[in-house]
Design a binder for this molecule. Sequence first.
Ligand code: ADP
Ligand code: MG
Length: 554
Amino acid sequence: PKPQENRVFEADVAKLLHLMVHSVYSDKDVFLRELISNAADACEKLRFEAISTPALLGDDPKPRILISADEDARLLTIEDNGVGMSRDEMIEALGTIARSGTKAFMERLDAAQAKDGAQLIGQFGVGFYSAFMVADRVDVFSRRAGSDEAAVWSSDGQGAYTVAEADLAEAPARGTRVVLHLMEDAKSYAERWTLERIVKAQSGHVPVPISLVEKPGAEPTQIADGAALWTKPKSEISKEDYAEFYKSLAGAYDDPAMTVHYRAEGRHEYTALAFVPSAQPFDLFDPDRKGRMKLYVRRVFITDEADLLPRWLRFVRGLVDSNDLPLNVSREMIQESPVLAAIRKGLTNRVLGDLEKLAENDKATFETVWDAFGPVIKEGLYEDFERREQLLKLARFKTTTSGENWRTLKDYVAGLRENQTAIYYLAGGKPEQLLSSPHLEGFRARGVEVLLLSDPVDSFWVTSAADFEGKPFKSITQGAAELALIPKLDGDSEPAPETAASVADFIAFAKTTLGDAVADVRTSDRLTESAVCLVAPDFGPDRQLEKILASSGR
Ligand code: ADP
Ligand code: MG
């Protein structure tokens, strides 16, 4: 047998653990949600593996989570009969910072002051390591399904851990047992009432039943029935139930801004439960970030890598439970399945439709969603041609006249000035920066509203979106704005004829002096105070897109 090994954590884990141990973060209860969610994930992984290898289930086919408390010894144990971990898997999963949320957390932590770090925990949730908020030693006994070896991992959260082979009698017959040696000031987590309260509040709807053994030798009592929330009728589910389920499913700490729950019948039968968060996750723009919708087939978890929604809805969390797909479908086959394509279409329609309703009926909440996810939704404007019109209607903008408010394109078009035929925009930095652009002068003088497009994605969709209600989008940094036709607010004053002649002289001078550095020099209606500004040609990229392309080396 391999001897016990002493290992040190990956540097970041050590830092994270130090933070946990010294955390002043007040809501320590969340550690239990994290451990229960890991136990439930392990049960679901096993169910999936058992589809092709039924022997893995042995004579213990029903998934379960067992919480045991021992107040006198200050011990709390969370045990599951899920897939378990081998020794190497433990080193990999518990000794390194693997998941992207935790990684993003550490990056933020580097930037933040150490004392803010504790606050950050509340925003992120850091999975397994949150156990060290309440325990000064954690032992993890595990036996991988189908294996005849068991291993034990142990750490005091001070920077190092040990792994060793475990006696089969010490470890669960299958799955994982996490033993927390509770700190003195966390001993209430070994009390039945505390545990029951937290489980009901945080994990009451995980799809695996949870039982509690309140003291050594006591009989287990079931405290959560494992009836998956999404299979219940909507009328029996409260707002709190949904919020709690969202948090445990997504490992999130915010409340959902919108919940979509429906059962599709007819050609395809499935249940969908999807949440739009109210806060941005930190990896929203991570190119490796996958969609976050789980796929179940008749209550059996299959994968969270099925593309159940388009990329521009990648912030939506939740699940689809299909009645039509075969259970033994491989993850690869699922991607190709026409059933999945139909579900994807139906779900996208539904989420988008509900967002439209939200925009109409609850402006404030919709604007929270737009603040957080507008930049992602706008990716759909060029990725999803079919839905462009619908998305343009949904989109909200800051403009030269909007102040802090959001404007729709409908609002914009309703305020068009006499002879104005285009929707004008300025793309680039933050609205505050854009507002000081000299390009805006002539538009202000004529009371023409200009969209301030601040997100990098804007430069892309705006050049491909032909128009809105017949009005083309036009960059004010581009070409000769047809401004002259729009009357100025304070009555128009044509320049005197003698100015025109000297202007012509000046332009000739400027052209010879600047030579090849510019394509053209001309007079413009777009300035009222500044003397000159750079513009882009009528066709081709506008100034902002030019900059983006130049910086990406194209
Ligand atoms: P996440 O759950 O987001 O992956 P965690 O920090 O909660 O992050 O857990 C890290 C990893 O440890 C999991 O991905 C899993 O591989 C492993 N793990 C944790 N708890 C268990 C468990 N009860 N059974 C099996 N594997 C587990
Ligand atoms: Mg987890």
